[in-house]
Design a protein around this ligand. Structure first.
Ligand SMILES: [Zn+2]
Ligand SMILES: [Zn+2]
Length: 375
């Protein structure tokens, strides 16, 4: 190891002020080009690959990089690990090389691998459609969620008890295979047993070796008052069961609120429209309205214009996780009769004689003021 070492920046072909992503991508390029998998029995590539790995291991470590920048290769002696090629250095690179070669496990390390790896179960989604009334009042609903449960007969091994499982002949029960590839010792999860170390000789008769059985779970879900389309309710641990005693996933109940024939919802407000005739509009009236809180009397004051709205406080939608409610707005739709009896016509003609004629076009702002009058 007394050969003169090349400059690390030169090795990776980067400028001295390169940032972390730049460094990573330069190393990735080198590793891809000189990787032993792609250059079998090519000693020169092997050296280049090692050299790049070493350069990256130093430059990607801020402390080592600072020392190297000041004192060159000499500056690294205090770190010890730099004497020649350190295969452990590769452990840190598995994220880089893993997605490069699809070999996440290639460099081993860290006990994450093998048959004991526990895995969290997947989250599940359940779409629940409810009507507006239930969204306003809240409800408790029974749902049936299909999911895969661990087979109770084999407890998830997929094999019959006693002699159903045998040690994997490929990896001899280790769950991984280790072999030498040029200078690298490579471990891979065993393909034969998928890392479990055992293979099924006699499949479980209940799950046929699938390890899981399809079940329908009945769950009671409490839907709080105020939910809206898109509200997600999380039921912890009600998702897919985990593997190897990993935790279960969660179940998300995703709410959709159906449209209502009379009331339109806008956030925590409710809106509806009530037609009245011109006599009611001119003289004022009271209208009964069946709301989600029972029958309400809507007082329409005399001289109410078409398009004005009347606010009924606290009769809207409850706010989630709050004790307050939105308001209900009644939009007044003044209807002009399109057919008149002879008697009505006579009375309208009399009215026409007495009413002021105001046919000058409005300024726009006046229309807005009229609309806002009851807000
Ligand atoms: Zn089974
Ligand atoms: Zn195996």
């Amino acid at each position: 190891m007394n050969v003169t070492k090349r400059d690390y920046y030169e090795v990776l072909g980067v400028a001295r002020e390169v940032d972390t992503p730049g460094l990573k991508s330069a190393y990735k390029k080198m590793a891809m080009k000189y990787h032993p998998d792609r250059n079998p029995n090519d000693l020169e590539s092997e050296e280049k690959f090692k050299e790049a790995a070493e350069a990256y291991s130093v430059l990607s470590d801020p402390q080592k990089r600072a020392a190297y920048d000041r004192y060159g290769h000499q500056g690294l002696q205090g770190f010890g690990a730099n004497q020649g090629f350190d295969p452990n250095a590769f452990t840190d690179f598995s994220d880089i090389l893993g997605d490069l070669f699809g070999l996440g496990d290639m460099f081993g390390g860290g006990g994450k691998r093998g048959r004991s790896r526990s895995q969290r179960g997947e989250d599940l989604r359940y779409d629940l459609e409810i009507n507006l009334e239930d969204a306003i009042r809240g409800l408790s609903v029974d749902i049936q969620v299909p999911r895969l449960d661990l087979c109770s007969r084999c407890e998830g091994t997929g094999a019959e008890k006693n002699d159903g499982l045998v040690s994997c002949p490929m990896c001899h029960g280790r769950g991984e295979v280790i072999y030498q590839q040029s200078f690298l010792q490579i471990r891979r999860t065993c393909n034969q047993c998928g890392g479990r170390g055992q293979i099924i000789r006699r499949p479980c008769t209940q799950c046929r070796g699938e390890r899981h059985v399809r079940t329908e779970r009945k769950l009671k879900v409490n839907i709080p008052a105020g939910v809206d389309t898109g509200t997600r309710l999380r039921l912890t641990n009600e998702g897919q069961p985990g593997l190897n005693s990993g935790p279960s996933g969660d179940l998300y109940v995703v709410v959709k609120v159906k449209d209502h024939a009379i009331f339109e919802r806008q956030g925590d407000e409710l809106h509806c429209s009530i037609p009245i005739n011109i006599a009611q509009a001119a003289l004022g009236t009271e209208v009964d309205l069946l709301t989600f809180d029972g029958l309400q009397t809507v007082k329409v004051p005399e001289g109410t214009q078409s398009g004005s709205r009347i606010r009924l406080r606290n009769l809207g939608v409850p706010r989630l996780q709050a004790s307050s409610r939105g308001d209900l707005f009644v939009h007044i739709d003044v209807r002009v009769p399109s057919k008149l009896t002879r008697e009505q016509r006579r009375m309208f003609e009399q009215l026409r004689e007495t009413l002021p004629v105001e046919n000058e076009p409005h300024e726009k702002s006046i229309i807005d003021k009229v609309k806002d009058y009851f807000m």
